[in-house]
Ligand binder design. Structure first.
Ligand code: CTP
Length: 401
């Protein structure tokens, strides 16, 4: 249910902070990844070590840590999350959120985020009922903050009433219901190719290319986050398998084609792989040795074109076929020609000349080419390109339902 979802959990300082440990466990069991920001007072109740052990990630807490900020700035913490969850949300952090204070890492992230925020309040019942807290909750609700709980019951302070952190399973249910409402591609199938292909010369040598798979993997992850049932056919890459995505690992172009055909039918196919154009006609069965026969020459034959094959798949053709065009010159003109030649619907064109830093880099400058013309997108992180493209795919599929 939560496969592939990225949750940023902000743990504030309340007696219920220990329940965040169980919450992390439950969320991860459901396939979500959880990254934790811990406030200074939260750290009085639960240790960073326990949170790190359960989340499987570093715990962030210090706004002014040079290492943290260079590795993972506060903006990136929010950018790399689908939902921010404040649990427990104390009276203090709710007040700071309502005021727009950025007095520590947690509140700075909350102020800087454009992602939805779900808060699970937890405090003494008098604090919960105080007009100041009521006003803060009203302000936050009017700005779109989502709430779960608090529940009523015996409070740690000995009083009875509202203010108890919602049950962990109720917080999980609130998170699930948020995501099921935001899964516009639920019921749709997506196929993505990514990475290079390796074409054997002999058992130890191959023809390959510099594709890192970052862009293709990010697209598969973005489509899965929108709820699409996603298959990623990937050549050999160092990127980890994206969560919530079915990954088929292949090596050669012919294996990639076979895996793609096996993954049909699909509503959308995105071919982001850098498929080798040629393979060796007869790869040697044994390692080729230096010797009397001198320097070998390679007899190459053309590989099948996966994008063109999917575009020409007749009844099995995905409703939307998207290709990439890696170009080093005349980017737009070459990409337009490629779109026509391969008969795909859209082409994402990018400049892969050496000075563009696309191969292996984290950023990309692309142009989206369709029947409607050319859109120039600003330079952005590959993850952001993936999110934009996934949104566009969603818009398109919702129109041609
Ligand atoms: N592609 C494919 N199968 C191939 C070659 C390319 O599916 N055998 C796809 C890529 O995944 C990409 C698009 O075709 O979506 C364009 O790839 P690119 O390498 O830019 O173009 P080529 O067709 O290889 O043309 P050229 O090398 O002549 O530029």
């Amino acid at each position: 249910m939560l496969a592939g979802k990225r949750i940023l959990l902000l743990v504030a300082g309340g007696i219920a902070a220990y329940k965040s440990l169980d919450l992390i466990r439950r969320l991860r069991e459901r396939g979500a990844s959880v990254r934790v920001v811990l406030t200074a007072s939260g750290a009085k109740f639960v240790t960073p070590l326990s949170l790190a052990a359960l989340s499987g990630d570093k715990v962030y807490g210090d706004l002014f840590s040079l290492t943290d900020e260079s590795e993972m700035g506060h903006i990136r913490l929010s950018r790399e999350a689908d939902l921010l969850v404040v649990a427990p949300a104390t009276a203090n952090i709710l007040a700071r959120m309502a005021q727009g204070l950025a007095s520590d890492l947690a509140t700075t992230v909350l102020l800087a985020t454009d992602k939805p925020v779900l808060a699970a309040p937890s405090m003494n019942t008098r604090m919960w009922e105080h007009p100041a807290t009521r006003a803060n909750i009203a302000t936050l609700m009017s700005r779109g903050t989502l709430f779960v709980g608090p529940g009523a019951g015996n409070l740690a302070c000995g009083e009875v009433g509202d203010g108890r952190l919602a049950d962990v399973m109720d917080i999980v249910a609130a998170i699930e219901s948020y995501f099921s409402a935001s899964a516009p591609l639920a019921g749709k199938r997506a196929l993505v190719t990514s990475g290079p292909t390796f074409e054997a010369i002999d058992p130890v040598r191959f023809i390959g290319n510099r594709s890192s798979g970052k862009q293709g993997h990010a697209i598969a992850a973005a489509l899965a986050r929108l709820g699409a049932d996603t298959t990623l056919v990937s050549g050999p890459v160092a990127e980890p398998d994206p969560a919530g995505v079915r990954v088929v690992h292949i090596e050669s172009a012919r294996e990639m084609l076979e895996a793609c055909q096996a993954a049909l039918p699909a509503d959308v196919a995105v071919c982001a792989a850098a498929v080798a154009d040629w393979r060796v006609r007869d790869a040697a069965g044994q390692k080729m040795k230096k010797g009397a026969s001198g320097t070998p020459s390679l007899d190459l034959v053309e590989n099948p074109d996966i994008l063109a094959t999917l575009s020409a798949a007749g009844n099995a053709r995905p409703r939307l076929v998207v290709g990439f065009a890696a170009e080093t010159e005349n980017v737009i003109a070459n990409a337009q020609a490629k779109r026509a030649k391969k008969n795909c619907d859209w082409i994402v064109a990018n400049d892969v000349s050496a000075n563009a830093g696309v191969f292996g880099g984290d950023e990309n400058t692309v142009h989206l080419i369709s029947a409607n013309g050319v859109e120039d997108w600003p330079r952005m992180a590959k993850d952001a390109v993936a999110d934009q493209l996934a949104q566009r795919i969603r818009d398109h599929l919702s129109k041609v339902a």
